[in-house]
Design a protein around this ligand. Sequence first.
Ligand code: RTP
Ligand code: MG
Length: 157
Amino acid sequence: GMTCAKALQLTLAVIKPDAVAHPLILEALHQKIVENFIIIRKKDLTWRRGDSERFYAEHAGRFFYQRLVEFMSSGPMRAYIIAREDAITHWRGMMGPTKVFRARYTSPDSLRGQYGLTDTRNTTHGSDSIESARREIAFFFPEFLADTWMKMEEPGF
Ligand code: RTP
Ligand code: MG
């Protein structure tokens, strides 16, 4: 039975345009996700610039904002809703540090350490808290009923 059902947590994982553009890297990242999580939803999509601006509104004004917004709407992405115990922390750990220099030197086996190109073109995104996971899952998957789904996972359902 699903003895760990109580602890299942959802998060959003995104494979960014730099990684989707390379079929072998996309496949490697997909396999990592398959091996580590239950995939609840998966979607290929391309953002308009406005989507990118809304998603990263909290970074508006920072020096990298324009390049980030531009890049994230530059080509196809793949988004997943994934589940496991401590999904948020686990996926962030697999990604490794945001900055590619740090990723390469401190976490060479992480996804960004292996495949990251720059601080912006760093292969993946992951929600950083329960609140942002909820917000970001709704942003990418507005049709997904997170509350209903989690209730179905309660013991005794
Ligand atoms: P996020 O906010 O997306 O979860 O990412 P994070 O916590 O790992 O990184 P953060 O520092 O909050 O940066 C937000 C996004 O901006 C991109 N970035 N580009 N120097 C640059 O060009 C630069 N610095 C940060 C990151 O790739 C991250 O997606
Ligand atoms: Mg952040």
